[in-house]
Write a protein that binds this ligand. Structure first.
Ligand SMILES: Cc1cc2nc3c(=O)[nH]c(=O)nc-3n(C[C@H](O)[C@H](O)[C@H](O)COP(=O)(O)OP(=O)(O)OC[C@H]3O[C@@H](n4cnc5c(N)ncnc54)[C@H](O)[C@@H]3O)c2cc1C
Length: 448
């Protein structure tokens, strides 16, 4: 019986395993070092914040794996020997495979800062990081002040976590405005305001220079490139992630920043594949990045590869880009492409509306010549994925999106509805006379 071995029990590896089992009788083994069972990494913050227990982040009961004949091995793979199709684990054991799937995810970036390995300095990625945070910052008596370095999605999650225990936080962000390499100016500035309102000491355009130690090798302060010294008990390093592939350096598998793969998720070596955060496309798909470190793309890669492994060769084809996240109390969704000023395409123009009092806004991106709708960002308004996916496929123009925006709104009826203000602003700016169409369930649920 063919033996499929998967390294990594995250969303990518586990999805591949589940779908291979659905479609075949192959022998499946998952080797992973972090935890015994798959858990939802995106829910780690809620464990620290007391909304759930760690066990609740595990989507499958512990009996699921045995019942589905998916063997789980807890261990760290030190080496892949493709010449004899085997893996060598750190405890010396070897495992043979017929086909190998590398799904080893990411690790937090460290940029060689002096003091980056001191006690009290940590990332937020793994279950071990969560345990460390619980030990380093159980409350504001033990952790009187924390510094977070790196203003992305994980940085702001860590800030929210620490604030939930009333720990004072200084947040160092290299950019001049929060996440402005991704978000357009109006949105990025709105998030700056929201962060400050949460009593987080946001320091924009500020870099970490050094982390200082006390006499016991524990962090006691940091200095910034503005010349400030900030006393702290914990430093969170959240300046992005990189593929977790160091163990493959001498494997003969082609590596770039990640494991290089083609559209079928095949590496340069026969019968070895890579999926999820650790995979790097030779050529990026459309406007996507060659490495996509997001949850749903890991799942999609796992599904696509399972088909290939079970004989129905399938390309990884993720469709229109979408994503969602949360900035403290503000929900964010994005569909299609809305670039920040830094990445703005030549043909791209934006229409932006922001609520006068609340943290609610939308930015619609469109082609300034053809007026084709390119994408939308929403903050504080929940939208229907299916509708935007359809409008992107149908290549609707921006005027259509404005007129039918109520169809896309997914907020409960009792939430404030903002479409009329949005349409008025659009008409005033563009000199149009668009009337907002009433929401139609018939249109919403029409079969494509
Ligand atoms: C705090 C946090 C919040 C996030 N929130 C979001 C979100 O809201 N939305 C979103 O889209 N994405 C989010 N992400 C990103 C998302 O979680 C990742 O994209 C996704 O988990 C990657 O899945 P994966 O299966 O590729 O790898 P991972 O989940 O990283 O799994 C890989 C596993 O392989 C193990 N491993 C690595 N090397 C070896 C080895 N040599 N031997 C054995 N085992 C090994 C690792 O220990 C790990 O357990 C978040 C990430 C973090 C850290």
């Amino acid at each position: 019986m063919e033996h499929i071995v998967i390294i990594g029990n995250g969303i990518a590896g586990v999805t591949a395993a589940r779908h291979i089992r659905k479609n075949s009788d192959k022998k499946i083994t998952i080797v992973s070092a972090e935890t015994d069972y798959f858990f939802s990494r995106t829910a780690l913050m809620y464990v620290y914040m007391g909304h759930m227990k760690f066990e609740h982040t595990q989507p499958y009961e512990n009996w699921f794996w045995k019942k589905n004949r998916i063997d789980l091995v807890k261990g760290f793979v030190n080496e892949v020997k493709h010449e004899n199709k085997s893996l060598i684990l750190s405890d010396g054991k070897t495992i043979s495979y017929d086909k190998l799937i590398i799904a080893t995810g990411s690790k937090p970036n460290k940029f060689g800062w002096p003091g980056q390995d001191l006690d009290g300095v940590q990332g937020l990625y793994s279950k071990q990081d969560l345990d460390k945070l619980e030990a380093n910052a159980p409350n504001n008596k033990v952790c009187k002040h924390a510094v977070i370095v790196g203003g992305g999605l994980i940085g702001i999650e860590l800030a929210e976590m620490l604030r939930s225990r009333k720990i004072p936080v200084t947040f160092l962000v290299r950019e001049s405005s929060f996440w402005n390499g991704v978000l357009p100016k109006g949105e990025s500035e709105m998030i700056n305001e929201h962060i400050l309102e949460h009593h987080i000491d946001l320091r924009l355009a500020t870099n970490l220079v050094e982390i200082h130690s006390d006499e016991n090798g524990k962090v006691k302060s940091i200095t910034t490139d503005k010349g400030d010294t900030i006393a702290c008990d914990v430093v969170g390093l959240t300046a992005g992630v990189a593929p977790n592939i160091d163990f493959l350096k001498s494997s003969g598998i082609e590596l770039g920043r990640g494991v290089k793969v083609n559209r079928y998720l095949e590496t340069n070596i026969k019968d070895i594949f890579a999926i999820g955060d650790c995979a790097e496309q030779h050529e990026a798909i459309g406007n996507r990045r060659p490495i996509e470190a997001v949850w749903y793309t890991g799942r999609m890669m796992g599904e696509a590869l399972a088909q290939t492994i079970c004989g129905a060769k399938r390309e990884y084809n993720p469709g229109h880009w979408f994503n969602s996240a949360k900035f403290l109390d503000i929900e964010y969704q994005t569909y299609g492409w809305v670039f920040s000023e830094r990445g703005l395409k030549d043909n791209e123009q934006h229409f932006h509306w922001r609520h006068p009092k609340e943290y609610i806004s939308i930015t619609i991106s469109y082609d300034k010549i053809t007026r084709k709708f390119l994408g939308i960002n929403t903050f504080g308004i929940r939208m229907r994925h299916k509708i935007f996916d359809r409008w992107l496929t149908e290549e609707r123009n921006v005027e259509h999106i404005i007129a039918y925006l109520k169809d896309a709104n997914f907020d409960p009826e009792f939430y404030s509805q903002n479409e009329s203000q949005i349409v008025s602003k659009f008409n005033a700016e563009m000199g149009t006379n668009i009337k907002s169409k009433k929401k139609s369930w018939k249109r919403i649920f029409v079969k494509a």
